[in-house]
Design a protein around this ligand. Sequence first.
Ligand SMILES: Nc1ncnc2c1ncn2[C@@H]1O[C@H](COP(=O)(O)OP(=O)(O)OP(=O)(O)O)[C@@H](O)[C@H]1O
Length: 303
Amino acid sequence: MTEPATAPAPAAVRPAPAGPAAPANDPPALQLRDAGLGFGRRTLWTHLDLSIARGEFVAVLGSNGSGKTSLLRTILGEVALTSGSGAISGRPLGRGSTDVGYVPQKIAIDAATMIKARDVVRMGLDGHRWGLPVAVGARRRRIRSRIDELLESVGAGEFGDAPVSMLSGGELQRIRVAAALASDPVLLLCDEPLAALDLRHQQDIAALIDAQRRLRGTAVLFVTHDINPVLPYVDQVLYLAGGSFRLGRPDEVLTSAGLSELYGAPVDVLRAQGRIIVVSSTEAVGHQSHDDHAATELGGEWR
Ligand SMILES: Nc1ncnc2c1ncn2[C@@H]1O[C@H](COP(=O)(O)OP(=O)(O)OP(=O)(O)O)[C@@H](O)[C@H]1O
């Protein structure tokens, strides 16, 4: 892909992927080989080769309906690839892998429920199973102390005993992250965890996830409509659109030439004050804001 001469590199400081060094012959946290997915006659993406090493941060961008969530669902083993194959830490994709943590867009919580924040984290520890026997004695203390540790690690120590229905969007998102990290996963899948958060909370959650991959070597696959809050951390961008994709470093993928080719329509990628703004021929779109209207129009216009 050609880099437009006018596009400066993002101003963000990119830390090197960190975390405990994995032995050289360790398999990647995630490997997709010649992977494809479609529903009926519609192909979402095909011939996708993606390898994510321990401690690597990969952002997934793309228009509405381009298959970002479906990609996560294939990795979770909920949807089978139409072609190709995938593995997590060398093991074939399948349901219920404790190597994978998942931060969903939403968890369905009844407003009337009295489930506490710490109960949601416990679900993460127990592999999302309710109705386990009540732990007693030393085991109970061990579980409680691990949950306290997880709550502290996401800055949620203070509201661990609060009913989740009382929490703000930002507080609840911390709890979702703590639950996803409970099994100390090799791979963390995040489906738009910054949606509906204000700028400060977006930055907090992004930094939290970055800290986890640095401390624990967790690989991160992060679906987002807005690259900017995670730009300082991103090693690779996977950009899905129009039944195809681009994969590479942010400065390789987020270019006017590359995205125009991907969409088959003129797209300008602007860089200003360390932020990236994607602009169509008619309006600013998608990656700089949480403007659902603009994002929807991007998908609707070019899908
Ligand atoms: N099980 C399914 N059967 C048929 N079609 C499906 C199925 N799951 C998803 N789709 C379709 O596949 C397309 C991609 O959906 P997906 O949710 O992966 O998109 P997305 O990129 O995450 O979109 P958004 O940005 O709006 O969240 C959509 O058109 C959706 O309707």
